[in-house]
Design a protein around this ligand. Sequence first.
Ligand SMILES: [Zn+2]
Length: 287
Amino acid sequence: MTWRETPAALPHSTPRFPFADPRTTPMPDTLRDRLYSTEAIVLARRNLGEADRIYDIFSVRSGRKSIIAKGARKAESRNGRSLDLLNRVVVHLYRGRSLDGVRGVETVATHPGLRDGLQAFAAASYLADLVRVMTQEDEPNERVYALLAETLALLSDGVDPWSLTRYFEYAFLEASGFQAQLHECPTCREAITEQANAFSVREGGVICPRCRASDPGAVALSVNAQKYLRTMQRDGLRRLLSLQLDEASRQQVERALTDYVQHIAERPIGSLAVLHALQLKAPDPRP
Ligand SMILES: [Zn+2]
């Protein structure tokens, strides 16, 4: 008899249940314990062997996770089709030794608008990259999940990609514990007054003119650029979308946020270069 088999009669008279300590009693390794489901967004994928694929997903239940879909590269694979990039899905999984495997997929949203617009798709890819690079495996974050799901839906619906991208950068950093300081100089604690200032990526906020010399790399911010950032922080996306911003301030806001994101990420985000190249070629229509 191997140690896994249950003896016909226990070698002691005391009943094991319900007195056994659940913390030390080994759980039976039944199939049911190995199955679970979660809602998720598909962030990236790569091929494995002849027929399989590994997907990076951001899931409600366990945050970022890599999963394997056997046979997903075959033309007739329904799982492969449902796990298209940037799709929002419910994925049914089984626990595997290294990677959990896909049993089935239900589509929640396919974001068809992302397939029609290059800029919307490039923006969505950049946001997915941020989440993939800047979140930890098995660390769920419902705020980040909701933010990503909502932003992808709005991008697909044709809402201005530039504003959505800036709002996502700001809100994603905030949800990850890196709220930018906009009202008080992070170096000397003086209140920020209404004048041209600068954003210090290193200090994580707007620094006053006196402290500016301490960070020569700080990004200049006009009064309008600072108002835009404060609206983002105070009033959220809906109000932000109704604002108009002059071109110079627009570039300042973009540089401050993208520099800040990459500073926190401690590496350049590859898809940001693609997004920039597209913006230079064909600027988004101004609101
Ligand atoms: Zn200061």
